[in-house]
Design a protein around this ligand. Structure first.
Ligand code: 2HA
Ligand code: ZN
Length: 271
């Protein structure tokens, strides 16, 4: 059996956590990531018959039963993942009852999965229903995106349109826009359901005064989506108190979207 610490999934997850930390998106224990794993690939590294512990999840994820996820741990710091993946990460399998996680590897200090597991697994379920290639859910606290939720209306259409105006590539990268949730208590099934509901239409969901969720086929895709929103939010915040002399207007956004052939939210523009 090969060393799981050398597996592409553990290495890439650890590298991504460090990268997110370096961006200042994951202070202290902020942020969490989950990655849907390929069972056959995992068998090269783990005896998947050997369950170390079972951990109740407190919600039903029946449609994911038998599926394996690599997830970050609750209370764990992103800055430490790369040095000690086995303590800060875990591989879980959703048990037959749909409500229990079977720990196959990791959380070596007796820890457990992220407190945001409901939002992660419910988002995986929602996205898998629209995109079979969906594998990653990523949550973090990017500074400018958070700042923007204090000074900009949380109306989804307006929020998206402002982001699209902040950089030419935005409408091409997230043509469906961003979903926005008002402030809600985090770590609950309720915010999990609300996030998953938005994930039917969006790959990005902003949690006002908290952070953002991004999804994708792999870590790079989810990271890239969040990175693009955060860059646009940074430009918004840098220019928010200055007179706006120029912008990308709605007809230019339309030309962009058509040129790149993306299916954008036409109702988010004033055309
Ligand atoms: O795990 O980011 O939303 C820490 C968080 C909770
Ligand atoms: Zn958070």
């Amino acid at each position: 059996m090969s060393d799981i610490l050398q597996s592409p999934f553990v290495r890439e997850m650890a590298k991504t956590a460090s990268n997110m930390y370096s961006h200042g998106w994951d202070e202290r224990n902020g942020g969490n990531i989950s990655l849907l794993l390929d069972c056959e690939e995992v068998k090269e590294y783990l005896d998947t018959e050997r369950v170390l512990r079972t951990i109740p999840m407190g919600f039903d994820a029946s449609s994911l039963k038998g599926r394996l996820f690599l997830v970050t741990g609750t209370g764990k710091y992103f800055k430490n993942v790369e040095d000690d993946p086995e303590t800060n990460l875990g591989v879980i399998r959703i048990a037959k009852d749909g409500c229990t996680a079977e720990l196959l590897w990791g959380f070596k200090d007796g820890g457990r999965f992220t407190s945001e597991l409901p939002a992660h697994l419910m988002s995986h379920m929602a996205r898998l229903a629209v995109d079979g290639g969906q594998r990653t859910v990523m949550h973090c606290h990017p500074t400018n995106t958070l700042a923007m939720t204090y000074v900009h209306t949380l109306d989804e259409r307006e929020f998206t349109r402002t982001l699209w105006q902040m950089s030419t590539e935005c409408i091409v990268v997230f043509p469906e826009g961003v979903g926005v949730l008002p402030w809600m208590l985090c770590g609950t099934n309720e915010i999990g359901r609300a996030t998953a509901e938005k994930m039917r239409d969006f790959r990005l969901v902003v949690w006002a005064q908290h952070g953002i969720y991004g999804v994708g086929k792999d870590l790079d895709e989810a990271f890239g989506l969040i990175e693009t929103v955060e860059k646009a939010a940074e430009i918004f915040m840098l220019t928010a108190r200055l007179p706006r002399l120029n912008t990308i207007d709605d007809s230019q956004l339309k030309v962009l979207a058509e040129h790149f052939g993306v299916n954008y939210r036409k109702d988010f523009l004033n055309l």
